[in-house]
Design a protein around this ligand. Structure first.
Ligand SMILES: [Zn+2]
Length: 379
């Protein structure tokens, strides 16, 4: 049986209608699990949900090998979507699916989930020769990659993987993503009556403003960006503000540059707070680490030979965003991000599922496992 458009689309329309905001994926996980079990597969669930306060763990399916002595390969998509995702009304128009504009569609990342389901069916029906597969459906990707961070890695032996969370065309492969660190600063001054005794006060907003005005922000260089995204503080016009909170971030493809940029932001906040007689409490958190896959790395080689069978050449790309692929790479699974047919994610008006490229992705996955079986035999 070749890739089946109707079956893929039926899966997608069903899953798109199930709300699955990050941390609340129980219902969609149940539906996906039932589909996997109907294919005769065993579905494991880890306790990631308990670890970060979500209702659902990651689903892991180990598809046994038909061949001997081949290492495992991992495929991943995430079960959660951004909001608004209640009462999604998916509308099929030719080769595209959209929402009615009131909610997101959730092709990010239910397209990826459905590509994996169709891939598993095709493998079985066509009796494709493949090594062991580890299929991982993560939770809570959108709110901080929590599922991938808390995945039970003792269940995973793959050292190479593919994350289906990117847009068309099918030959676009994301091989590089930045590191990100978040910064939270609380600048403290001193409250006083703004009209009666302003000289007794220290204006925390002004201290913060001086520091931010002197900061290098925006695009720092071709690998690095930085932003102050939130500032909140103050109570009333007649009170010299005692406290202000500042949230910011920096990203870079070069971890050294990221640390330099964060150090620059922290130093300015501390310096201006102290100079003005106030203080600064600053927390820096690593959100995810960068990765870089080269053309000589196995995932890139596999993609190249899988695409060749389709008469296509890989288009290597760099992203400015983080994904579960960052976390898997941190855990020693060399991963790239590939197309699942999702377009303009996180936008109720513009998000689309592109059906033909999702179906091509299924074909690509079949070619990847076939290529891997061939390479492994020659190892
Ligand atoms: Zn996504």
């Amino acid at each position: 049986m070749p890739v089946n458009r109707e079956r893929f689309l039926a899966d997608f329309l069903e899953l798109a209608r199930i709300p699955s905001p990050s941390g609340k994926e129980k219902e969609v996980a149940r539906a996906v699990k039932a589909k996997l079990e109907s294919m005769g597969l065993t579905v494991l669930e880890d306790n990631a949900g308990e670890k970060f306060g979500g209702e659902q763990g990651n689903l892991i399916v180990k598809v046994p090998s038909k061949l001997e002595g081949i290492p495992a390969i991992m495929f991943n998509a995430h079960l959660d979507t951004v909001v608004p995702c209640e009462n999604v009304n998916p509308i099929v128009e030719g080769d595209k699916v959209r929402s009615d504009g009131k909610t997101i569609l959730g092709a990010d990342n239910k397209a990826g989930v459905c590509v994996l389901l169709e891939f598993l069916r095709v493998l079985k029906e066509d009796g494709i020769q493949h090594g062991p597969l580890e299929i991982v459906f993560t939770v809570a990707e959108e709110t901080g990659l929590h599922g991938a961070k808390h995945l039970d890695y003792s269940l995973i032996s793959a050292k190479v993987g593919f994350v289906l969370d990117s847009g068309p065309p099918v030959n676009k492969v994301i091989v590089q993503a930045p590191s990100q660190k978040n910064l939270k600063a609380v600048i403290k001054g001193k409250a006083a009556h703004a009209g009666v005794s302003p000289e007794k006060g220290i204006n925390a907003i002004q201290l913060a403003a001086r520091a931010i005005a002197a900061m290098r922000l925006g695009r720092i260089d071709n690998e690095t960006t930085a932003n102050i995204g939130v500032i909140r503080g103050g109570l009333a016009t007649n009170i010299v503000p005692e406290e202000v909170e500042i949230l910011g971030e920096a990203r870079s493809h070069d971890p050294r540059k990221l640390d330099e940029q964060i150090a620059h932001m922290v130093a300015l906040l501390e310096k201006e707070a102290q100079k003005g007689g106030g203080s600064a409490e600053i927390e820096v958190k690593e959100v995810y680490r960068s990765f870089r896959i080269t053309e000589d790395d196995l995932p890139a080689k596999l993609i190249a030979s899988a695409l060749e069978k389709m008469g296509l050449k890989p288009q290597w790309e760099i992203t400015g965003g983080g994904s579960d692929a960052n976390i898997f790479n941190e855990h020693g699974i060399k991963c790239v991000l590939i197309c699942c047919g999702e377009e303009s994610p996180h936008s109720p008006e513009n998000e689309r599922l592109d059906i033909p490229s999702a179906l091509q992705s299924v074909e690509l996955l079949v070619n990847i496992v076939t290529a891997f079986a061939q390479v492994s035999k020659n190892l």
